[in-house]
Design a protein around this ligand. Structure first.
Ligand code: MG
Length: 218
């Protein structure tokens, strides 16, 4: 599966691994009764969960409670490993707005049991993403309004300046663990306001004035 670009140019960049952050905005950590971490908390989501603008999120039979999490996405443009934060932005291709759809009931149950919560994050359609905006067109990715409306009602409304770790720090940290390759996507975690979504809902996400995403719940 390839990314789509806002400028309409076809670049044939395959969507690679998706590295997600948990608890990366203080107020969201608080609403989840979680500690604010000293280092990024990361997990993976499969590329097979990606859908695009206009597509539908499917509610899996295994869950009775899906939550929306609106997130800034970073697309990696060049291979990097053990990158220093001062060089980190050199490896970025662009940005997008994405949703980290979560089966909250499964996640809560698995957290209690001490099991990995992979299943809760990995169903098909659980990673809706917008078109990609090239980084040259984004003057300050660390100061973008980020919002989500459900059926026209504002549910999440924050700014990327409230992220606990900067984009540079996130790339530095992840690249200590795993090589980041062109086409990999980092979903940088959600601000406060996560809530349940139901069949028939319309989700509209926005990142500053640079990109937007509209998907439906089926
Ligand atoms: Mg998330």
């Amino acid at each position: 599966m390839y990314y789509k670009f806002k400028d309409g140019v076809k670049r044939d960049i395959t969507i690679g691994k998706i590295v997600c952050l948990a608890r990366s905005y203080k107020k969201h950590a608080q609403e989840m009764n979680s500690d604010v971490p000293k280092e990024p908390v990361i997990f993976l989501k499969p590329a097979s969960s990606v859908i695009f603008n206009g597509d539908k999120i499917n509610i899996p039979k295994m869950s009775n409670c899906l939550h929306h999490e609106v997130e800034l996405g970073i697309i990696i443009g060049k291979r990097c490993k053990l990158v220093n934060k001062k060089d980190a932005l050199n490896f970025v291709l662009g940005y997008l707005i994405g949703l980290d759809i979560t089966a909250r009931d499964i996640q809560s149950d698995f957290k209690k049991k001490g099991w990995p919560w992979t299943i809760a994050k990995s169903f098909d359609t659980f990673a809706p993403i917008s078109d990609v905006v090239l980084k040259e067109l984004v003057s300050d990715p660390q100061n973008l309004d980020i919002s989500l409306k459900v059926n026209g009602k504002l549910k999440q409304d924050s700014n990327t300046s409230f992220m606990i770790f900067s984009i540079e720090e996130i790339i530095e940290f992840i690249s200590k663990v795993m090589t980041l390759e062109p086409g990999d996507l980092i979903l940088t975690g959600t601000p406060e306001g996560v809530d349940e979504i139901k069949k028939g809902d319309i989700l509209e996400a926005k990142l500053g004035n640079i990109c937007s995403l509209k998907v439906f719940v089926d």
